[in-house]
Every structure is written in structure tokens, then in C-alpha cells.
Write a protein that binds this ligand. Sequence first.
Ligand SMILES: [Zn+2]
Length: 297
Amino acid sequence: MEDSSSRPSSSILERVRLFASGKCSGESHDSAERIEITSNTKKADVLQNGDQASMEVDYPDFTVQDELSSVTLIIESHKLYVHREVLAAWSPVFKAMFTRDFKEKEMSEIELPDKKLDDFVELLYCMYPPIKSVSDSNVHQLLPLAEEYQILEVKKKCEEFLLTKPGSIELLVTAQAYGLQNLLTKCIQHARYRTFADLQKDPFYKKLEMGNLIRILELRVLDLETSMEQNKKAANERELKLYGFLNDLATGYGYFCSECKSRRVNDTCFNCLKMFREKVKTKFEEAKAYRSSHPCY
Ligand SMILES: [Zn+2]
């Protein structure tokens, strides 16, 4: 490993070439592969894999012109020097813009009036090596742009990142906005186990599309019907069992009485009544234990 600060940076397109050939992975490579500085890069501190060790990564500086940059994007009065080929390789929207008869085809400067500079630079970091990872800090910048420019790879990475989060209604709303099907399925599964009252209290509840709300409620009704059926069955079994305990008492048979020599409860014999009282207590304890081990919901 060599010190990255002493390693010469390569031009943006050279980095793309090295990345494509698998030689630009951040590790040191053969000196023959090194390219002299032809373009500036700027350093950014990033946290890798969530650990606390920050490492410096050189991301391209798009504000500095590269001798091969072929188009200039103007966002919030700032110029970003980029390459048609790179943008077109990632985005069918840019590809159409640069190849079909759009007015942008011949233009060397394209203004993107409704875009934010920081958001667009984040998107470019995900298109130029070293490809930046999706994180909490950039996912909501990347998604709308990846959607607008149909950059499926970036969209997929955003979805993979969001799938590592616990399901929520907020994420469900994001999934429905950008058509992220796996995330949508996960969040609907999360929502089906919440009570309807709880769901309605969620700040994102009102943003649920009707179709998704219906899907959640359908699943919830099915779950409730299944648990109602199970409870009905359990309640019937419990009733039968408790009825059995009462029946035991009602039939009134005691034990052979050593005092009056009777095999049935003799209500004129103190010993018979005492034995019967013991039996009532025992049956009551049995019924109580049964009830607590077979609760109804
Ligand atoms: Zn007796």
C-alpha cells in the first residue's frame, strides 16, 4: 500500500478507463499504470463500512475543466465539466439528449435550471470512479435524480441501501414514489402488523397511495380473520374443558366415607361435606390453572 496523498491523480477519463479494467480500486497499482496529474481532484472524508476510521477518498473535481470534457452543465450558476460518453453510458436520458435531435445535441453548455448543485455533484460521484457509496446523507439526493435520468444502477443501489433499514411507512412512501418494489413489499409487511389506529397516527399515513393502503388493510383483515378463527376454536375447547370441571362437581360423587360408609356425598355427614369441600377446592384450582395456560385473545 502506498500513501494515497503521494500517489498521482489521474484524469477523470483515465480513472473511468482504469475502473472499467478493474485496476482502479483504491489500492496501489503498478507504476506503469500511473498517470500524471491532468485534472484536479478534491478530497473528501468518508466513513467506510460504518466504522469510525475515516479515510480520505479522492473524488473528481467537476468544477475544473478537463481537456477531454465534452459538455458543461450549468447548475445554480456553477459550471460542471463532464463527459458526454460517461453520462450517456449511465443514463438513457442523457444518451437521448446527446444523440437525438434535441437542441442539447450540439450545445457545449447545458443549463439545468431546477437542479441543486450539491445533489447533482453527489450523482456524478456515483457515476465517476471511485464510485461513491449510497449512505444516509446522500440517498435522498440521489433518488430523485436517478429517477429523472433513469440511472437504474444508482436507483438499485439506493434501494439496496434502504432495504438495510427497518420497515416504516416513511420508507413505504419513498418506495412508492420511485417504484422500488422490494422495498415496497418489505414495508407493506411491516405495516400489516400495526393496528389501524396506530397506522393512522403515522405522520406519513396520508401519503400512502390508495392501492398500497388497500393492500395493507387486506392483509390486516386476513390476519385478523385467521386469528379470530383460531381464538374461536380455542374458546370452544376452553369452554368444554371448564364445563367438564363443573360437571365433575355436579355429579356429586365423593370418595368412600370412612365415617358414614357412604360412596356418595351424604349431606347429613360432616365428613362427607368436608371431603366435598376439598374436592371443590381442588377442581377450582385445576380450572384456574387450565384457564391461565389456555388464554383467549
Ligand atoms: Zn360420610
